[in-house]
Ligand binder design. Structure first.
Ligand code: ZN
Length: 242
């Protein structure tokens, strides 16, 4: 079955630690999880966790997921010649949490030596409408052809950038190297809301139906950390992927 679950980013507004977020998601019906470090500060916290005794219990919870992904930092910094050694730390974390995929935002890579540090687990995410680069199939295809890395497809980014026809065409053109699919939705108060709270469900589903059966990560911010609310979001998507 297609693994489906949450990013730890859903608990960010509730200020949960990584350990608590992972343990919470483990209590839902999720079969996949993305550990997401937004900033370098969050990366340091995650690094401290995996090297502490607290990681023992977290690791046991992680073991229940069929698919684990790691989203590397994207906020408040760029990858340049001064910090490429961060990639060693990122790979180390990915090894420790047993991540099959490492997600990068391609728009923050400013030094081409970056590509020497990454391995076959690296995937680049399609960017949203607000970004100048890497929201179109052509530029992502160029990255894939140059480095062989895969694509994490964010359906909400696709929806806000293209018409439905063009979004579906994007998926047809990139489907062979899509590694993971991010699902959320849009409403008046959020550009990454719960799918179940969104006003563009039909379009997101029309895009999802075009996608290969790759692991799904739900990234819409929930209204609470209630297990039933989270399971409801999961079940809604499961209905359409069964
Ligand atoms: Zn991302």
């Amino acid at each position: 079955m297609q693994p489906i679950g949450f990013t730890t980013g859903i608990t960010r507004k509730f200020k949960q630690s990584f350990a608590k977020s992972i343990n919470l998601i483990a209590k839902t019906k999720a079969t996949s999880i993305e550990i997401s470090a937004r900033t370098l500060r969050e990366l340091r916290k995650l690094y401290a966790l995996i090297n502490s005794d607290r990681f023992y219990g977290v690791e046991k919870n992680l073991a229940q997921f069929h698919y684990i992904s790691f989203h590397s930092p994207w906020s408040g910094f760029v990858f340049n010649f001064q910090n490429l050694d961060l990639l060693e730390r990122i790979n180390e974390i990915a090894n420790k949490i047993n991540a099959k995929n490492i997600v990068f935002h391609p728009d923050i890579i400013r030094d081409c030596r970056f590509y020497n540090y990454i391995d076959e687990r690296a995937s680049f995410e399609n960017m949203g409408k607000g970004k100048d680069d890497y929201n179109d199939a052509k530029s992502l295809e160029q990255l894939h052809e140059s480095y062989g890395n895969k694509l994490v497809l964010d359906l909400q980014h696709l929806w806000e950038t293209f018409s439905l026809d063009d979004g579906q065409k994007f998926i047809t053109e990139t489907r062979e190297y899509i590694s993971e699919i991010h699902v959320s939705g849009y409403n008046e108060s959020s550009i990454h809301c719960l799918f179940s709270d969104s006003i563009n469900k039909k379009e997101i589903l029309d895009l999802l139906k075009k996608c290969p059966k790759k692991p799904i990560i739900l990234k819409g911010a929930p209204n609470s950390l209630n297990i039933d609310e989270l399971n409801n979001e999961l079940e809604l998507i499961l209905e359409y992927t069964a």
